[in-house]
Ligand binder design. Structure first.
Ligand code: SAM
Length: 285
């Protein structure tokens, strides 16, 4: 869809883009096609799209023949999406806030998801990405359009200011790539800053889920950046005894004096495994 078509479609349904929901609709088919191509979707795949908006990306995803589930929060968009894709048998609209959507509300038991794709609403980028990692780490690839300025928090490496839970968790899921920049003129309305399309490819050796307990553990490690992880974990309210912590540091080979920003992503996994193996009666989820 070009800008004129986006405006006409919005007028037809009496829609006004809602800033509070991060609505900047893509109006550049070349960009939409490029985003979908970069996801490497196969016709037998199950694809989750977050925030279809008025369907700019959805149309291209559906053309791959894959089974597409699109989760949209804004009820005002539902009639448009239903009308637009009613003849597409591979389309399902999930009328829900993705942040509270449970996996078993739309996937059958044992069913796997292959690809996640989204032009993310920028106001909830971090919780949406973390939710994808926590609930859908079976996906082999995730492709997101994000605000260019926010990318440093994802791509940051240890010992830098932006390094934090988002960099750690995305690294544990797999390898990360910056694909291409999209300028403001490709959207209606135009956002303040340029956007960046990124992808995460699952690490084939990742045989575990990124549990919500692990996410919480990483957040606690970074709670006070100038303090050691040891101090942060004592202050976390997770009731670790000094003895348990000392044992875990010893076994994982991590110095008690380490700060979170100096640890490699895999160090968090090693320490976590030692802590929770020793203490598996704790119920934190
Ligand atoms: N995919 C469309 C496009 O590329 O034109 C729309 C992208 S727009 C940046 C973000 C979309 O996410 C909007 O449709 C918005 O209503 C939706 N959205 C915002 N928060 C959401 C949430 N928590 N769950 C599901 N959809 C959400």
């Amino acid at each position: 869809m070009n800008r004129k078509e986006v405006v006409e479609l919005c007028n037809q349904y009496g829609l006004k883009a809602r800033k509070s929901l991060g609505q900047n609709f893509l109006c550049n088919d070349a960009v939409a096609g490029r985003i979908v191509d970069s996801a490497g979707i196969r016709s037998q795949d199950i694809v989750l799209e977050i925030g279809p908006g008025i369907g700019a990306l959805t149309e291209f995803i559906l053309d791959t023949g894959a089974n597409v589930f699109s989760s949209e929060i804004d009820e005002k968009l539902f009639p448009l999406l239903r009308d637009r894709f009613s003849d597409r048998l591979n389309f399902s609209l999930i009328e829900s806030d993705f942040l509270i959507l449970k996996r078993d509300e739309w996937l059958s038991p044992g069913q796997n998801i292959d690809i996640i794709i989204s032009n993310l609403p920028y106001y909830v980028m971090t919780p949406l990405i973390i939710k994808c990692l926590e609930d859908y780490s079976d996906a082999r690839k995730m492709v997101f359009m994000i605000e260019e300025d926010a990318s440093n928090r994802i791509f940051a490496v240890p010992e830098t200011k932006s390094y934090g839970p988002l960099s750690v968790l995305t690294s544990i899921y797999g390898s990360k790539s910056k694909l291409f920049v999209v300028d403001q003129r490709s959207f209606d309305p135009q956002p303040q800053t340029r956007s960046l399309v990124i992808s995460f490819d699952k690490n084939e050796d990742l045989k575990r889920n990124i549990s919500s307990r692990f996410v919480m553990f990483v957040r606690h490690c970074f709670a006070m950046r100038r303090k050691t992880i040891h101090k942060n974990l004592i202050a976390s309210g997770l009731n670790f005894s000094n003895d348990l912590l000392s044992e875990a540091f010893l076994h994982s080979g991590i110095q008690e004096s380490s700060r979170a920003e100096a640890m490699k992503p895999t160090d968090f996994l090693s320490l976590y495994d030692c802590l929770f193996e020793e203490n598996d009666t704790m119920s934190l989820e």
